[in-house]
Design a protein around this ligand. Structure first.
Ligand SMILES: [Zn+2]
Length: 297
């Protein structure tokens, strides 16, 4: 189990140790390089980019941390620069086109692969050694990206080791910023190994957000984009990729949520959206590996 080290300096050291497999043999030197875009830019050669065409080459850590410079640094001769930056959204990617779905699938797999190299997964990376307490938020205080208004936290409703779903990421958008309204988009369920298993929507009382119907909520899906270093850049990017990859399905789930609520007959005196007997309003079991394969990724 990962040792928890208090203090920012210790944490930084810990992060570098954890980053070692990610950055390869000269991890510390590369970490410094990551702080210098110009340095990184010069290091990005077409031959390096080309390797990213293969699955194993996706392990090139610079794809995550240096999308913009890497893309601009590629001449395009290798035809692959966008394979790496395509793993990231919202960076003004240039070069050969790749469908958004393929890029999202590639990014999700990429994040999983990098985490797996150090024996991690999105669940372990989120919990950071904490023994999960039912309904508690991980990380404490949630994750919020002020640029996009995206917010998420992880929690579990059922701590039973036999539960098929360990817990889930609740994903939100605050379209008007941190102090503005917050709208739940989707729950992203994972198993005990951090594997994506389910997407679902919930009744209003479950998350207590500012209610918005499907027509209002669905256009917000594409705004979910988390570029934060904490608690984990890879988890943030994985979640962003999952919401992008399944955007159409999530839109359907949100529409089904509203239809479910319209049909629901709550007990006398209880509002539908406050009815504790109705928790999950729509769900879809998903297999990320199969989806990626179907996309040719
Ligand atoms: Zn929940």
């Amino acid at each position: 189990m990962r040792r928890r080290v208090p203090g920012s300096i210790a944490l930084r050291g810990s992060a570098l140790r954890r980053g070692q497999p990610m950055f390869g043999s000269s991890s510390l030197r590369r970490c410094r390089a990551l702080l210098s875009r110009s340095t990184l830019f010069r290091r990005c050669s077409g031959s390096r980019c080309c390797t990213m065409r293969s699955g194993s080459a996706l392990l090139g850590s610079r794809t995550v941390f240096s999308c913009g410079p890497l893309c601009r640094g590629c001449t395009g001769a290798c035809g692959c620069a966008l394979r790496c930056c395509g793993a990231l959204r919202g960076h003004g990617a240039i070069g050969p086109a790749m469908s958004d779905l393929q890029r999202a699938a590639q990014e999700a797999l990429f994040c999983q692969t990098i985490l797996a190299k150090s024996g991690d997964n999105v669940l372990l990376e989120t919990l950071r050694g904490a023994a999960p307490v039912t309904w508690a938020h991980y990380p404490p205080g949630d994750v919020f990206d002020p640029d996009s208004g995206a917010q998420w936290y992880y929690h579990c409703h059922d701590a039973s080791p036999h539960a098929a779903e360990h817990g889930h990421f609740h994903c939100f958008i605050r379209p008007q910023g941190k102090t503005g309204p917050i709208h739940h988009l989707v729950g992203v369920g994972v198993d005990a190994y951090g594997r994506l298993v389910r997407l679902f929507t919930v009744n209003h009382w479950v998350v207590g957000d500012d209610w918005a119907d499907a027509a209002t909520t669905t256009p917000l899906l594409e705004r979910f984009d988390v570029h934060m270093a904490r608690p984990s850049y890879l988890v943030n990017r994985w979640l962003t990729a999952v919401l992008s990859l399944y955007q159409a399905e999530i839109a359907q789930l949100i529409a089904q949520r509203d239809a479910c609520l319209d049909r629901h007959q709550p007990p006398e005196g209880i509002a539908t959206r406050e009815d504790r007997s109705l928790e999950v309003t729509s769900e879809l079991m998903v297999d990320l590996a199969a989806r990626a394969k179907a996309l040719g990724v």
